[in-house]
Design a protein around this ligand. Structure first.
Ligand code: CTP
Ligand code: MG
Length: 357
């Protein structure tokens, strides 16, 4: 009986890996969608240049990091190379007016938001059956760099990393735990949890730590400092592929099962900070501890229930929107996923369907 149980587990895991690949592949954006999005970017760039001739409009987030799903939003960042430039607030208002006049987009400028942005959306059309949603921000160079870091991690082990990340994005959206505005975690937060797990929890690791690898040549701080933050990481992925290889041979399914188990049971939510740069840190050492003694700090306490350090902006808790209830729900979902996968229904496809129900 031991023997039989063992082989049935192995069969389940192999099936599940195959199902995960198949599931994720059908959710990837079509080449047509990518081409339309690139056209939209170019069109918007041309319009912005009528206001700021020295500007560039760059993609970040999922459209640029290799983790994009069909119909995901476009995150765009406008960089202005000239010294004398309009203030972001004015630019947002002016760009809002311009796009309203010149394009078919629905336009919503938010000049007074914490980070001023213009929100755009386009109604569905034959080429774009679900329309487009797009945010344009300004001078967010750190977001461009963290996008590049995630893209490099995706490139090191595309099959395992991308399959896990894409699956978790779909799963967290279907289970309604991917809404920072409602107290749960952003996609960016889930991606960091996956990378943290693959770099620091798995032994042997599936990914190296790109921020701690020895650089090829001495780094000059002025090249890598951005707004006071060190953004250096090892980004020569071709070379890395020759020099580094993972001794971890687990399949995507095994890694995913272990991921859910780790975040249901083992991660130290009360005291720990997940840092892809430095491994497990203590909330105390970052001043992010829960202060349970005083009602006055209610607000701060609510902000640091779940702690994920941004890879570059070290004083920024990416999970600070996660509330007590939100974390309870997220952990409940990790536990549910662990349970569904441990029950090993006859066919892996049934497990996947139940998981994303
Ligand atoms: N970002 C950030 N800090 C956050 C959230 C997001 O810096 N707290 C930046 C990151 O550069 C991230 C990008 O915004 O890559 C987009 O974040 P998000 O929309 O959460 O991730 P996507 O990969 O774009 O996922 P989705 O497809 O769900 O939009
Ligand atoms: Mg996005």
């Amino acid at each position: 009986p031991m023997q039989r149980r063992h082989t049935s587990k192995q069969r389940f895991v192999a099936d599940l890996s195959q199902c995960l690949f198949d599931f994720v592949i059908q959710l990837l954006p079509t080449t047509e969608e990518l081409a339309v999005k690139e056209d939209v970017r170019k069109l918007l760039e041309r319009l912005i240049r009528t206001l700021e001739p020295e500007s560039r409009l760059l993609s970040f987030g999922s459209t640029a990091n290799g983790f994009s799903l069909r119909n995901s939003d476009m995150d765009l960042c406008c960089l202005i190379d000239s010294k004398e430039r309009l203030a972001a607030t004015d630019l947002v208002t002016m760009l809002g007016d311009l796009l309203e006049r010149e394009t078919k987009f629905h336009v919503k400028p938010l000049p007074h938001a914490r980070i001023p942005i213009v929100k755009l959306s386009l109604d569905p059309s034959p080429g774009l059956p679900l329309g487009i949603a797009c945010d344009i921000g300004f001078e967010n160079r750190l977001a461009l760099e963290n996008t590049r870091l995630l893209m490099c991690y995706a490139m090191i082990d595309p099959t395992r990393v991308r399959t896990m990340v894409l699956f978790l994005k779909v799963w967290s959206k279907r289970r309604k735990i991917n809404s920072p505005y409602k107290g749960t975690l952003s996609s960016y937060g889930y991606v960091l949890l996956v990378i943290y797990f693959l770099v620091h929890v798995k032994n042997p690791p599936v990914l190296p730590n790109l921020q701690q690898m020895p650089p090829l040549r001495p780094i000059s701080p002025e090249d890598t400092l951005l707004g006071g933050y060190n953004t250096w990481f090892f980004d020569d992925i071709d070379l890395l592929r020759q020099r580094w290889h993972s001794d971890n041979t687990e399949t995507v399914a095994e890694l995913l099962i272990d991921f859910f188990r780790y975040y249901s049971r083992d991660f130290l939510y009360n005291t720990g900070v997940a840092s892809i740069r430095a491994g497990l840190l203590k909330k105390e050492s970052k001043g992010w501890q829960n202060d349970l003694s005083s009602g006055r700090f209610n607000d701060a306490r609510e902000r640091n229930r779940l702690c994920i350090e941004d890879p570059f902006e070290l004083d920024y808790n990416v999970a600070r929107c996660v509330t007590k209830d939100g974390l309870y729900t997220i952990r409940g979902e990790f536990m549910r996923a662990t349970r569904v996968l441990a029950s090993r229904p006859d066919r892996a496809i049934v497990a996947l369907a139940e998981l994303c129900e």
